[in-house]
Design a protein around this ligand. Structure first.
Ligand SMILES: [Zn+2]
Length: 250
């Protein structure tokens, strides 16, 4: 069986002398494939068979195993590859995407959103923290973990006073309403950060990054998105740890 599809390489591992095992997110869903000979000198599929490459893959299946036959028109996001912080952040994005995508199930929204964020790192001059928080909030919404952000979950006020987000409940609330929610951690936002969160969650994908926040608002939104993602997925990401170490060392 043959399949030609666009795909993003989410993970690569060397195998044998000159092969790789790749995890792809294709338009049809997540797929593990082998890329035979792609590490040989002069291999025509080498370029597309690397982490963070996006391209057209022709795959064939034999005995339930998929292999790469040909690749074409790849995009390599060269603006990311020359910058270690961007590589680390992009690697975190694809590690989260891999964790959220289920094998054999189309994840087109997640795929397109991840590509948007990689494009932003590659070509746009947007602060990395802004791309990161937008990715985290939107990926959570796409994975079915959209927080309740319409109004205060306790008193119903459309614009919560001193807005906070309760990580465990996934609810926005006013600071004074905190005691009526259950145990767990609530993190502070600002009114502008909550507006940005609504834009990220509900706005059109292509305008995902079209918001502006001051430094304090962006930091709160970003601290909250990272903590929310960890709380929901109940795990950490080694690529995130690496990215954060790089940021501290700057
Ligand atoms: Zn309230």
């Amino acid at each position: 069986m043959h399949l030609t599809t666009n795909a993003l390489v989410l993970r690569e591992a060397n195998y044998k002398e000159s092969d790789k095992i790749l995890t792809l997110l294709t338009e049809e869903g997540k797929l593990t494939v082998s890329a035979r000979g792609c590490r040989k000198k002069g291999s025509l599929i080498a370029s597309a068979c690397q982490l963070l490459a996006w391209g057209e893959f022709t795959l064939y299946e034999f005995n339930g195993l998929w292999s790469v036959k040909e690749t074409a028109s790849e995009r390599l996001f060269d603006g990311i590859r020359g910058d270690l912080e961007k590589v680390a952040l992009a690697s975190y994005f694809v590690e989260v995407t891999e964790a959220l995508a289920e094998e054999g199930q189309p994840e087109l929204g997640l795929l397109l959103m991840t590509l948007n964020c990689l494009h932003a790192l590659d070509k746009l001059n947007v602060p990395l923290t802004q791309v990161k928080t937008a990715f985290e909030w939107r990926s959570m919404a796409l994975a079915g973990y959209e927080p309740q952000i319409e109004r205060c979950a306790v008193c119903g006020r459309p614009e919560p006073m001193e807005p906070h987000i309760h990580l465990g409940e996934g609810m926005v609330h006013c600071a004074p309403c905190r005691e009526r929610l259950g145990e767990g951690v609530s993190m502070p936002l600002t009114t502008a950060a909550l507006a940005a969160l609504r834009h990220i969650t509900w706005g059109p994908r292509k305008r995902l990054l079209s918001f502006r926040l001051d430094q304090d608002g962006l930091k709160r939104l970003s601290d909250a998105s990272e903590a929310y993602l960890m709380t929901r997925l109940e795990r950490g990401f080694r690529t995130l740890d690496f990215y954060k170490r790089l940021r501290i060392e700057r």
